[in-house]
Design a protein around this ligand. Structure first.
Ligand SMILES: NC(=O)c1ccc[n+]([C@@H]2O[C@H](COP(=O)([O-])OP(=O)(O)OC[C@H]3O[C@@H](n4cnc5c(N)ncnc54)[C@H](OP(=O)(O)O)[C@@H]3O)[C@@H](O)[C@H]2O)c1
Length: 316
């Protein structure tokens, strides 16, 4: 099978297209014919070797933590009924990934793919959708009437987070630069702050109940975000940890997303009910993964970028 792998840590150029023996599903696993995978910042960080201690991968490593596709075989103990199903999953960070024609997926991580969108695009729901769900629903428990600030709404997680908070009935304030403004508006944000021109502390005039920070922030920027919270408010971050001034009644959560098939199935249902949209900003053949990593590291990507394996030289 055709796959993209790296045999040493380094720049995006370490990613190479190779032919590998097709994997076989072991006990409790499914073999999935990959329709799509995506780029996440963590893929670049793992490839560069910066997370070798936190997420040790065996080299050579096939990257790609999101997968959508069709189950073609299952190993011992995995439900036989999965064969032929279109599925989506957030793969273990340290195992072989989905940048290949076929991927091995632990059966317990598999959720049915949404049926109302192209199967390749469904990959974009996995780790980003789960991060947004775990931030907005599980950790912040956003309620109707609350005010929620999503910092970094133009990215893969932010688009889902704004929608989940807005559909809970919250008023959502979102940061986005010009390139993402329209897309973030479409997700239901009530106020959009262009972070390239406007200070958040100038634009947010009333305190908020929840801040979701999706951007790496300096100590001063983190302090400014925390200062926007009401007493009793919640600061959830996927990046820089929150720091609470002594005596302030603020809860901080540093989120580390986990794979959760039930939550992913719920997200897929929301997509099929037209209550959650996936902001796919670009689609590439899998062979362009190195280019996508380079663009991602340079901050030139927004929304979700989907990569699709080519078969017999065709982009399918
Ligand atoms: N801890 C975890 O479990 C976990 C899980 C998922 C993600 N993460 C991390 O969370 C972060 C967000 O993830 P993601 O997948 O959404 O990232 P992403 O798709 O790479 O985010 C890119 C977006 O960030 C926005 N952005 C960049 N600088 C900004 C700034 N100074 N202020 C506001 N927005 C800014 C840009 O918005 P514009 O287009 O508007 O310019 C861009 O579209 C990443 O650092 C990722 O590694 C952590």
């Amino acid at each position: 099978m055709r796959a993209i792998q790296f045999t040493r840590y380094g720049q995006p150029t370490v990613l190479e297209t190779v032919d590998l023996p097709r994997s076989e599903a072991g006990p409790g696993e499914a073999l999935v014919r990959v329709a799509g995978t995506t780029f996440n910042q963590v893929d670049a960080t793992i490839r560069a070797g910066h997370l070798a201690e936190a997420f040790p991968v065996d080299l050579p490593h096939v990257p790609g933590i999101d997968v959508s596709g069709t189950v073609v075989a299952v190993g011992e103990g995995a439900p036989a009924g999965l064969v032929g199903q279109d599925v989506v999953a957030f793969l273990p960070m340290t195992g072989p990934g989905a940048s290949a024609e076929f991927a091995i997926v632990p059966a317990e991580l598999i959720a049915p793919a949404p049926q109302s969108i192209p199967l390749a695009d469904a990959a974009a729901l996995a780790s980003s959708g789960l991060t947004a769900w775990q931030a907005i629903v599980e950790q912040a428990d956003v309620r109707a009437g609350q005010r929620v600030l999503v910092n970094g709404a133009g990215g893969g997680v932010g688009g889902f987070a704004v929608q989940l908070a807005a559909s809970a009935g919250a008023t959502v304030i979102a940061t986005a630069s010009a390139r993402s403004r329209e897309a973030v508006e479409a997700t239901g944000a009530s106020q959009i702050i262009d972070y390239t021109t406007t200070a958040l502390t100038d634009a947010v005039t009333e305190p908020v109940d929840v801040v979701l920070n999706l951007v790496r922030t300096s100590p001063a920027e983190t302090e400014a975000l925390v200062s926007l919270l009401k007493p009793g408010g919640t600061f959830v971050t996927t990046t820089t940890p929150g720091v609470v001034p002594p005596g302030a009644d603020i809860r901080t959560v540093s989120l580390f997303v986990r794979s959760d098939a039930a939550q992913l199935a719920r997200l897929a249902q929301l997509v099929d009910a037209s209550n959650l949209r996936i902001d796919v900003s670009a689609r590439h053949p899998l062979e362009e993964l190195a280019t996508v990593h380079r663009l991602g590291e340079a901050g030139e990507l927004r929304g979700k970028v989907v990569l699709t394996p080519t078969r017999d030289g065709a982009h399918v």
